[in-house]
Design a protein around this ligand. Structure first.
Ligand code: PLP
Length: 407
């Protein structure tokens, strides 16, 4: 049994409505024709037109208005020459981490990048050699294991175990694979499934990695999207020794829906590791962020807190609504309640369909695009991932299509 409805704390649904102008999550905005991968690129990705897009992980909500205003002011200036990353951005990131995650970092630990994926790629290059063993928990966000293969490292999956609540680490499997490994890539919170790893789990991972001299890459891009009472513990906040043995990847882009601006920050406390990472970035010609990434990120981290709180509340209601709908109309599907992320991972194995059949039903009959489980590795087969970060009418339409496809 998946306790989808039970442990969910009562959500405070009235809040965001009180100031709908500031938090217009219910407003449906047409994204077609805006170069949106999610809405404009479905034909290339899924081979059919007119499918309702609930796949790639961005949201159908406008960014916080303070971010829009800051960008507008900068656009009106009209001159877009080379940029420098200001100390004020580093300060905004540090203050955000302290405020939201009780994580105090030294600004000098921060390095910026175009995205978490390019930053993880640079880290693999900086901290390992071809042939080195790299461990990744699976199923997992595909680029995290694709990057390992593309860098000619030896990819080692450590399959997670699906439990009643969410995923759990198979400690015996992990311990068996750590000796001789160079890197462990952690997805925290985990995508798919939205598992927020607990302090105890992280400490145990850290202890084992220290014992075997394995360096940890902790992808924490979904950290800000953790639903209370779950609490995100930054891996590097556990202990100075673990901070030195890790690099943490974060971004304002997932939190504030700014993926098109392309920005991420990497926290690398150990100076020689940080230098090695910067050398790889420089080898690839990366020196700075674009103007809009800098302006957008700083405005978001400085002013986006109330918007994020309202967003989390709205997302939680969307998750509840999805759970209730599935329980009513599609009881054979077993959703995993995310402790973080707006991505609902749904076990469809009860339908007894192959992934090809499931795909055909969803795309051709339901006209619905979701992420199909094999994208996340072999352990994901039989699952789909539904992106519920959209206005409620958009979600209702998606769920209606899902039911239509599977009835
Ligand atoms: C776990 C994880 N890491 C990284 C990314 C993408 O990061 P970026 O767009 O900054 O490259 C995603 C996007 O969905 C993700 O889920």
């Amino acid at each position: 049994m998946f306790p989808f409805d039970s442990n969910s704390p009562a959500s405070n649904g009235a809040d965001w409505r009180e100031d709908e102008a500031a938090f217009p999550f219910d407003r449906v905005i047409n994204r077609r024709g805006t170069l949106s991968v999610k809405w404009d690129d479905v034909h290339r990705v899924f081979g059919c037109e007119d499918v309702w897009p609930m796949w790639i992980a961005d949201m159908d909500f406008p960014a916080p208005k303070e971010v829009q205003e800051a960008l507008q002011i900068r656009i009106e200036h009209g001159v877009f020459g080379y940029t420098v990353i200001p100390d004020s951005l580093k300060e905004a990131v540090c203050q955000w981490l302290k405020r939201r995650h009780d994580f105090a970092i030294d600004p000098s630990w921060l390095v910026f990048a175009h995205g978490v994926v390019p930053a993880v790629a640079a880290a693999i290059e900086a901290f390992s050699k071809p042939g080195d063993r790299v461990i990744v928990f699976s199923p997992v966000y595909r680029p995290l294991f694709d990057l390992v293969r593309r860098h000619d490292r030896t990819l080692i999956f450590s399959p997670l175990r699906l439990t009643e609540n969410n995923y759990a680490i198979d400690w015996d499997d992990l311990e068996g694979k750590l000796p001789g490994a160079r890197l462990l890539i952690l997805c925290h919170p985990h995508n798919p499934g939205g598992k927020s790893w607990t302090k105890e789990e992280l400490e145990r991972i850290g202890e084992l990695c220290l014992k075997h001299g394995v360096f940890i890459l902790s992808d924490e891009i979904h950290a800000d999207l953790t639903f209370p009472p779950a609490k995100h513990t930054p891996f590097a906040s556990l202990h100075p020794e673990l901070a030195a043995q890790s690099a943490t990847f974060r971004a304002p882009t997932k939190t504030f829906n700014l993926a098109g601006l392309q920005a991420a920050e990497v926290i690398i406390p150990d100076e020689s590791r940080r230098r090695a990472f910067r050398r790889v970035q420089q080898r690839h010609g990366f020196f700075t962020l674009n103007t809009f990434a800098i302006i957008g990120a700083e405005a978001a981290y400085r002013h986006g807190g109330p918007w994020l709180d309202a967003l989390l509340d709205y997302l939680r209601q969307n998750i509840d609504m999805t759970a209730a709908y599935l329980a009513d109309k599609l009881p054979q599907l077993r959703p995993v309640r995310p402790q973080a992320t707006y991505l609902v991972w749904i076990d469809c194995r009860g339908l007894g369909l192959s992934e090809a059949e499931l795909k055909k039903r969803l795309l051709e009959k339901g006209k619905l695009a979701v992420e199909f489980g094999s994208q996340f590795g072999q352990e994901g087969v039989g699952f789909i991932r539904l992106n519920i970060a959209c206005p409620r009418p958009t979600l209702e339409e998606g769920l209606r299509r899902l039911a239509m496809a599977l009835h």
